[in-house]
Design a protein around this ligand. Sequence first.
Ligand code: 13P
Length: 243
Amino acid sequence: MRQIIAGNWKMYGQLAGIAAYAEAIRNAPDHVDMLICPPFTLLDRFAAALKGSPVALGAQNCHAIPQGAHTGDISAPMLAETGATYVILGHSERRADHGETNADVRAKAEAVLAAGLTAIICVGETEAQRDAGEAEHVVRTQITHSLPENFAGVVAYEPVWAIGTGRTPTEADVTAMHAAIRAALVAQLGTNGSTINILYGGSVKPGNAASLLALPEVGGALVGGASLNPADLLAIAAAAPRG
Ligand code: 13P
């Protein structure tokens, strides 16, 4: 399976710097699928700057319906017009900041699929849930309720306590969780569940990428802070094993 290396810029980035960033990453290593998910405001310019490059674009959220009276929201068909082909959904920051539920994420995922885009659905436990021994149960429940029937797309496992902290789970914990996610996907989606890339996210850096990306059932990385530096994102992509 080809690995997917996705950069999530979160609420960082302005127009100045896009051209240089796009130039730096446009020749990403060809053994991975690479994408950048900048804020909505930069999608259009990024698409122009990356024209002719295999590097794809993604958004970080969308609304569940194509249009309507929803001030401040952006729909999946609107994102498709910018040239984005992926949409991150259910990131823990959106679940925490905006109260997004599994049902919300599922409705958004249906909208993304209907618009012909690829959803990256995020799941992951909090530190309290891990300490209570509930991590796998929490993540399995998120999978069950956030993924539409017949889902085809990408799943990202991002332990909340590893995001932006410099901490990562042990290799054994990542391996166990990715195996549990794979089993949940196959139980829910049948054989289609065996072809979904399961990304790991949470403090992925050039220094730990090779060991994380080599673990069984890790199908790539969802990279936050390090993706703001093109050299770091390229180093992470270069560390991915060939699928
Ligand atoms: P960091 O790589 O900054 O820990 O962020 C991970 C993340 O939330 C990506 O979606």
